[in-house]
Every structure is written in structure tokens, then in C-alpha cells.
Design a protein around this ligand. Sequence first.
Ligand SMILES: Cc1cc2nc3c(=O)[nH]c(=O)nc-3n(C[C@H](O)[C@H](O)[C@H](O)COP(=O)(O)O)c2cc1C
Length: 345
Amino acid sequence: MLTNKILVAPLFKYLDIHSYYFYRLLMKNIYIYNGMIHTSSYLSNYKYYNNIFRKLNNKNTIIQFVGNNYKDLYKCIRYINIFKFREINFNLGCSSKSAKRCNYGIYLMNNYNLIINCLNSIKEASNIDVIISIKHRLGLYNISYDYLLDFVGNISLYTSCKKFIIHARNILKNNYSTYFNLNKTILDYEIVYKLKKDLSHLNIILNGNIKNLFDINKHLSYVDGVMIGRGIYFNPLFLVAIKNYILNKNYINNYDIENFNQNLFFNKNKISKYIIFIFYNLYNYIVLQKKKNINLYNIIKHIIYIFNNIKNASIFRNRILRSINYFNSFNNYLDFIYFIFKDFI
Ligand SMILES: Cc1cc2nc3c(=O)[nH]c(=O)nc-3n(C[C@H](O)[C@H](O)[C@H](O)COP(=O)(O)O)c2cc1C
């Protein structure tokens, strides 16, 4: 049940190997895009990154590089070939101040030649069957269909990149606030639908503010796939809904956007067995991480978003966060689960 149609977006500094483990507990076969790694950062710290790559599920995790030096990119790909990632993604969407200063991410979007050189470097350096994709926005400061068509058309013509993940926004000029550039610029899905219609031979994935099954269902009638970032991070149970949707399209009819978590997992103020099951299944993982002296907070911080959009969410979150401090003295993980849920089972 691996789907190319619904993908988890890279969220630099938010997603990590613990969140990947947790997400795959909720939905085993889901493709997750790893947060961007700058080529020079990789080359100066490759042992550190390789150590992480070794722990990833390389069939289902996609690596993303960012940068503008195609020779460096070539070296990076040669180094990571041993991990046999199925897809390598090049970031053309990052809009930070440092991206502007160093000319990478979205600021490359007006420089076709450089992008083409970078993508051709990836192709030359990589294993034969690797998928090459880019993640970009509609454009830099303005939205123009002709520009987008030209951009995607040219890149697909001169490189082996046939997969385009499009965050359906542009950015604001001279405003480097991530918040603004992720929330305040206009989202234009229609332009991406049109692109897919005109370039139907390409794999077009739509991204931006997708938060429920109704959105997914609608977009999938126009494009090849959707990518979801914050909609999953802040509501991981969305993955369970996605899993059910893939198994059974009719599931959407029973899906209540507003009260989804509340109805399915926390019905009538009682916790569903499924939530307990998730916590129970985390046991081995948590024990293993504890042995490695990993701070438990780094694992739990992702999991507490399970309690989004439900009554008593703050009680659960507080109990979990409080219990972390004395988790070391808990001999029995079941006690820990009981402590969190005691009034709700
Ligand atoms: C905290 C954070 C980190 C992000 N890191 C990356 C990244 O490393 N690479 C990338 O291509 N996009 C990154 N993005 C953009 C997201 O992948 C995605 O395009 C954007 O959040 C819109 O999708 P969403 O509304 O589903 O979250 C990041 C966004 C956020 C909020």
C-alpha cells in the first residue's frame, strides 16, 4: 500500500528520525521527504549526515539537497549513492534571508542554466534508477502562468527531472519572514491544475495548506499527487485518515473535518484503544532511545500533537510532559500510559 499520490513534506528542523518512526507507526508505507541539506554543509559534515542516513528507511525517505554549486552537488550525490535512496530532490523553494544572500532555494528560480547544470550533475552522479525531482514555488515575486509553464517545460526538456513538487505560492519581495512566505502569499491551486493539463506527461505534485481528506480528494482529480507538511505535523492522526482513504475511498463520506480526531479517537471523552495501542507500540523504541541517552522530549514533542483538536488536549499534553522528567524511574511503561490516560479509559 505504498502510494505516490500522498507525500509528507520536508520540514527542516521539525521532522527528524523520531518523527519518521512515529509517522510510520501510523501509516507504514508513506514517502517522507527529509529536510533540506545544504551541499556545503553535507560536504563538511558528511560523517554526521551519513550516520543519520544509515538510520533512515531509504526506500521510503527522500533526500533533499539545496545549494547552487553543481560540482559540490555532484560530490554529494556520489557520496550518498551507497544509501540507495529512490529519489533525490533539489530545493528551489527556500525563501530565507540566507537563501537570498547565498543565492539558493527559490532565488535560483530565475536562473535556468544553473538549475539545469545542478540537475544534470545529480543525474550524472547518481545511481541509474534514481528519480530526480524538484520542489519549487509558482515563481519569485509574481505569479504568471506563462512563466511557470516555461520554467517547468524547459527544465523537463533539458534534464531528467520529470517530477515537479509545486508549493502553490510565490514569495514577498524583501520580506524574509518564513511565516509570511508560508502563510500570507496567495495560494493559487488553479494554476497548478492548468499546468498539469498542459504538461500532462509530467508528474505534478501540489503542495500548500492541505489539511483534510476533502482537499486531497479534490486536488487528486487534477494533479498526480499532493504533498502535506504542517497538516500532518500538527495533526499526525491525519495519517490514519489518509491510510483509510487509500484503502477505501468511501471513507471520505464519514469523515468530519471539524471533529475528526475527537470522533474517531477520543469519542465521548474516552480514549480509543487505537491511541493506547500507538503508545504501547512506542515502548521498544523509547527504551532503545533511552539506552542511547536520547532526550525523551525529542521523541515526545512530535507525539503530543496527537492531542490536537480534542477536548482535554492540554491535560494529556501536560501529563506527558510532566512524566518525562521522571520517566527514568518508571519500571513499567504501562504505568506511564496509565498515568496519562487514567481518567479517560
Ligand atoms: C518549519 C518548516 C520547515 C520547512 N523546511 C523545508 C525544507 O527543508 N525543504 C523544503 O523544500 N520545504 C520546506 N518547508 C516548506 C514545506 O515543505 C511546505 O512546502 C510548506 O510548509 C507548505 O506546505 P504545508 O502548508 O502543507 O505545510 C518548510 C516549512 C516549514 C513550516
